[in-house]
Design a protein around this ligand. Structure first.
Ligand code: ATP
Ligand code: MG
Length: 283
């Protein structure tokens, strides 16, 4: 059995539970308690506020956790980052009122900066050799300049919409974050085996997210050229069609390359191209 701490509600909760479901671990959200056990996998879920996750993992209360890298960095506790999970992307930035004539990092010298991330901010200020006053606020940091609690803010930005609606401009991007799987680094052999199985499944799920299955009808004469365009995992599957001189080719492509590949395939005579989502891909 292994215990995994995830956010009980908030921005990471849904993606965390969706990832677990994607790797075949059932979660009963309707009966969500503080602790719940997956019926089909040796995993116990501990639901908590994201601020508490680095702490419960570093103390070993939960062997694993899913949390933003920003929280891990801010708490500065000894946990291992096992895997970046590709969701919950955001950055922590310095922003100033749009009326300010911002000249560069030195502008912050002697200023008051409101933030919920004092440790990450202090590290950046030290690196820049700047002394400023850090005002720790746990919520609604973006209203601090208008309320004259601070001259600037250091806060999470994803689209930037909140800044704009509060008359602020992002001037320094300091820290990039995404959700990560963390571990106490102190697992029993049994727990390590469970973690390895989870990682194997997570890798398969993450790889398949960026891949598409593609199949098409192709003139027999174009097979060699098409194999060059679609290298596939080993090599593409080619099957004969009833129509003389034609075959059906199946392969897997990166979503990023999809339209470019389709253009090349059409140019060599491919027809009836079908593109399908892949549920799981085991390399
Ligand atoms: P909790 O009640 O669990 O303490 P919270 O209010 O501290 O929740 P959320 O707003 O739910 O936290 O955000 C959780 C995490 O989501 C952040 O720490 C960050 O890693 C990530 N995140 C991604 N985009 C954003 C965003 N636009 N604003 C805030 N957090 C974001
Ligand atoms: Mg929090």
């Amino acid at each position: 059995m292994i215990r995994l701490a995830i956010q009980s509600k908030g921005r990471l909760n849904e993606d965390s539970t969706a990832l677990l479901r994607e790797i075949g671990i059932d979660i009963d959200d309707s009966r969500r308690k503080f602790l719940s056990q997956a019926p089909n996998f040796p995993l116990e879920l501990l639901y908590m506020r994201d601020d508490d996750i680095p702490g419960v993992v570093s103390s070993g209360t939960a062997a694993l956790g899913i949390v933003g890298l920003n929280e891990v960095e801010e708490h500065g506790l000894p946990v291992q980052i096992v895997k970046k999970l590709g969701f919950g992307a955001c950055r922590i930035s310095l922003a100033v009122p749009k009326t300010v004539d911002y000249t560069g990092p030195k502008w912050f010298a002697g200023k008051r900066i409101a933030t919920s991330y004092p440790r990450i901010l202090k590290k950046w200020l030290d690196e820049q050799g700047i002394e400023a006053r850090i005002e720790v606020i746990t919520g609604s940091v973006e209203i601090a300049p208008a309320a004259d609690i601070a001259d600037a803010i250091f806060d999470i930005v994803s689209s930037g919409g909140t800044l704009v609606s509060n008359g602020l401009v992002e001037v320094e991007k300091v820290f990039w974050s995404e959700a990560v799987l963390i571990s106490s680094g102190d697992l029993t052999p049994d727990q390590q085996e469970i973690l390895d199985e989870m990682l194997f499944r997570i890798d398969s799920a993450m790889v398949s997210r960026r891949k598409k299955y593609i199949l098409m009808n192709l003139p027999q004469a174009s097979v060699e050229e098409a194999t060059r365009i679609l290298p596939a995992m080993r090599s593409p599957t080619v099957m004969p069609l009833a129509a003389e001189g034609w075959c059906s080719m199946h392969s897997v492509v990166d979503e990023d390359d999809l339209w470019d590949k389709i253009k090349q395939l059409k140019a060599i005579g491919a027809e009836g191209i079908l593109v399908l989502n892949i549920d799981k891909l085991i390399p």
